[in-house]
Design a protein around this ligand. Sequence first.
Ligand code: ADP
Ligand code: MG
Length: 235
Amino acid sequence: MALVSLENVGKTYRMDEVEVPALSGVSLAIEEGSFAALVGPSGSGKTTALNLIGCLDRPSTGRVTVAGQDVSLLGRRQGAAFRGQKLGFVFQEFNLLPVLTVAENVEYPLLMIRDLPKARRGPAVARVLEAVGMSDQAAKYPAQLSGGQKQRVAVARALVGEPALVLADEPTANLDGATAQRVIELMKRMRDEFGTTFVFSTHDPRIMDQAEVLFHLQDGRLVDGARAGKEVAHA
Ligand code: ADP
Ligand code: MG
């Protein structure tokens, strides 16, 4: 069974009197262990799709299933608990807390969501910091790091709770080309090492080439955008 499935999903935002269709008739499946990307121009619906998969929003029509759970059946609290147990997030703006050290930023989800005893938090944090190559920066503050280092910390934070799925919305948009490439390679290595499924979004062709499965969005619809040598997912 697929880890993520969207069945004929539609999402319409309501702004005052106007309805803005963000997704229409999107069906897709993402297998466990995938390194997948949602790609398409700005406004094509990438963030909307990731928000639905991440239980941050609900579809207007259709069904979103993550790890066997129909996420539209989850209430607010249940959704938050589900996110804490199953999902990790990486953001375009890194979203590290400036007053916490690198190690404390990575530990944060374990305190907020997992309620893990202290004796187990330390080793969990050390393990993911080691995995992303940031062990020697553990005592630094985010302001002392480069963009690429910040995003490596954010990847560690996303992984520390051992989620089934990490969602990364344009994780490389604030990075230069070479650094962006390295962050995507790091995420792929984390998929290999931890078996975590990754779904990221991008509109950068150089970055999308790193994905093993591509879902092309255009105007809120999945389009067939075949790329040579790539497996292209169809609706
Ligand atoms: P992308 O991430 O690919 O840039 P989005 O999912 O953010 O695309 O947006 C898809 C469409 O939905 C766009 O037309 C956008 O303006 C609209 N949209 C996104 N979020 C909202 C919102 N909260 N309220 C109203 N319209 C929105
Ligand atoms: Mg977006």
